[in-house]
Design a protein around this ligand. Structure first.
Ligand code: MLT
Length: 401
C-alpha cells in the first residue's frame, strides 16, 4: 500500500501568502464597493525595464528562425547568462566563476530544492521569524529544525552563541520579513562559526539590490572564508521585476566540499550539477537572454530607477512611523517595513482590523514565526499612488487607536 510522506502533515494548513489571498478574496466578495490596497506579498508593480523588454523581443525573434532557434538548453543555464552573473558579482565586489553559477527559476525553488543534497539527520538552524519556504521545505523532508530567536533585542540579526549546534544554517540578508541586514563583521562571525563546526550556510541574497549602506555586503562571497562554507541564492525578482518572468541563480563555490561517510571529499557544486541535470531542464532561452541583458551595466542602471522608486515608497511608509515614534526595522536597505502592532495586538488580529477598517493589506508577522506574533510587515512594492493613499489611511487609523 502507498505510504505518504507524512511530514507534510506537520506543515501549517495553508502557505502564508495563500491564506492572505483567501482572506482578501472573502473580504472583497462581501464588500465589492471597497478598494483594497495590497502591501502584503512582496510583489513588484513596476513593469519590466526597456532593456529587458527589448531583449525579450530579440529572444523571441531568435526562436522564430531555424538558424537561431534553441531547444533544450544546458541544465546549468546558458554560458552567456552565467557570465553576465559573474560580471554583476564582480561589479559588486565579489569574485565568482561561471561554472559556480547555476541558473534557476528563482531563489524560492532552490532554497527548498537544495535540501536534496543533505542527509535527513542534519540539524537545521532557522531564524524565527523567517521566510516560510526554508522551514516548510525542511519540514517536508522531516529534518530536525532548531530556531534561533530574531527579535528587537538583537535588532533582528541573531548571532552564533556558545553551545549552538547547527549543520545547515539559513541566513537571509537583507532579511525577509524583518528588513534587517547583517554587517560584514556580523556575517564574518557566522562564516567563522560554519567553518569551525563544518556546517553550511544557505545565504538568501534576494533583496541585495536594496542595499545602499556599504557596511552591508551584497553577497556572502564578499566575506573571507565564505567560499568554504556557503551557497548563495539570488534572483531577478526584486532586482529587475522578474516575479512573473522567473529567473534566478544559485552560486556554489568549487572549493565547497564535505566529507562523506566513506571518508571521500565530495564537491557540493558537483552534487548540485548532478541533481540539476536529472531534475531540471532550465529556464526558457528567451528569459535567460533577457536576464543577461538586464544584468549588464546599462540594464542594472535602468533597474535602479525602479528600485529607487520603491525606496521612495519605503520612506513614505516609514515616515508615518517616524512621526509617531513607533519603532520599525527595515525600510532603508530593504523594501520591507517591519513594525510592532499598535497596542500589542496579535498580528493576525491587526491584519483583520486593517482590512476591515481601512482596507489596507499587510503581512502578519505571526505567519513568519512566533517572534513575529506582534509584528507586521508592509511592502514598498506598491504603486506611488497606492502607497500615498495607504499611508493616509494608516495615519487616520493610528490617530484613532
Ligand atoms: C514575500 O512577500 O515574502 C515574497 O514576495 C515571497 C517570495 O519572494 O516568494
Amino acid at each position: 500500500m502507498l505510504q505518504l510522506n507524512e511530514n507534510f502533515l506537520n506543515l501549517n494548513q495553508n502557505y502564508l501568502f495563500s491564506e492572505i489571498a483567501k482572506r482578501i478574496a472573502e473580504y472583497t466578495k462581501a464588500n465589492p464597493d471597497k478598494t483594497v490596497i495590497r502591501l502584503g506579498i512582496g510583489d513588484v508593480t513596476k513593469p519590466l525595464t526597456n532593456k529587458t523588454i527589448e531583449a525579450l523581443k530579440e529572444g523571441v525573434s531568435h526562436m522564430s528562425s531555424a538558424d537561431t532557434f534553441r531547444g533544450y538548453g544546458p541544465e546549468q543555464g546558458y554560458e552567456f547568462l552565467r557570465n553576465a552573473v559573474v560580471d554583476y558579482y564582480h561589479r559588486n565586489g565579489a569574485s565568482i566563476e561561471a561554472d559556480e553559477v547555476f541558473i534557476s527559476d528563482g531563489a524560492k525553488s532552490d532554497t527548498g530544492n537544495i535540501t536534496d543534497l543533505f542527509g535527513p539527520d542534519n540539524d537545521v538552524l532557522i531564524p524565527d521569524p523567517v521566510y516560510p519556504v526554508y522551514m516548510d521545505s525542511n519540514t517536508m523532508s522531516g529534518r530536525n529544525i532548531t530556531f534561533i530567536d530574531s527579535n528587537k533585542d538583537n535588532n533582528f540579526t541573531p548571532m552564533p552563541y556558545d553551545g549552538l549546534k547547527a549543520d545547515i544554517i539559513y541566513i537571509c540578508s537583507p532579511n525577509n520579513p524583518t528588513g534587517a541586514s547583517y554587517t560584514r563583521s556580523q556575517l564574518k562571525e557566522w562564516v567563522d562559526f560554519a567553518i569551525v563546526n563544518k556546517s553550511i550556510i544557505l545565504f538568501d541574497a534576494a533583496y541585495e539590490c536594496f542595499i545602499e549602506e556599504d557596511i552591508y555586503p551584497h553577497s556572502i562571497f564578499e566575506i573571507e572564508g565564505a567560499r568554504q562554507c556557503a551557497i548563495e541564492f539570488c534572483s531577478l525578482s526584486k532586482t529587475a521585476g522578474f516575479t512573473g518572468t522567473r529567473c534566478g541563480y544559485t552560486i556554489i563555490p568549487k572549493e565547497l566540499e564535505f566529507k562523506a561517510g566513506n571518508g571521500e571529499n565530495v564537491s557540493v557544486n558537483a552534487m548540485w550539477n548532478r541533481r540539476q541535470s536529472t531534475k531540471f531542464n532550465g529556464v526558457p532561452y528567451i528569459v535567460q537572454y533577457a536576464a543577461a541583458a538586464t544584468l549588464s551595466e546599462e540594464g542594472i542602471a535602468e533597474c535602479k530607477e525602479n528600485i529607487n522608486y520603491y525606496k521612495e515608497n519605503a520612506k513614505l511608509i516609514a515616515g508615518c512611523f517616524d512621526e509617531r515614534n513607533i519603532k520599525y526595522f527595515g525600510g532603508i536597505n530593504s523594501p520591507y517595513i517591519w513594525f510592532e502592532c499598535p497596542n500589542n495586538m496579535y498580528s493576525w488580529d491587526f491584519f483583520d482590523y486593517m482590512l476591515n477598517e481601512i482596507q489596507v493589506v499587510g503581512t502578519p508577522g505571526a505567519g513568519f514565526g512566533k517572534n513575529g506574533d506582534n509584528f507586521f510587515r508592509l511592502t514598498a512594492f506598491g504603486s506611488r499612488e497606492n502607497t500615498i493613499e495607504a499611508v493616509r489611511r494608516i495615519n487616520g487609523m493610528l490617530d484613532k487607536m
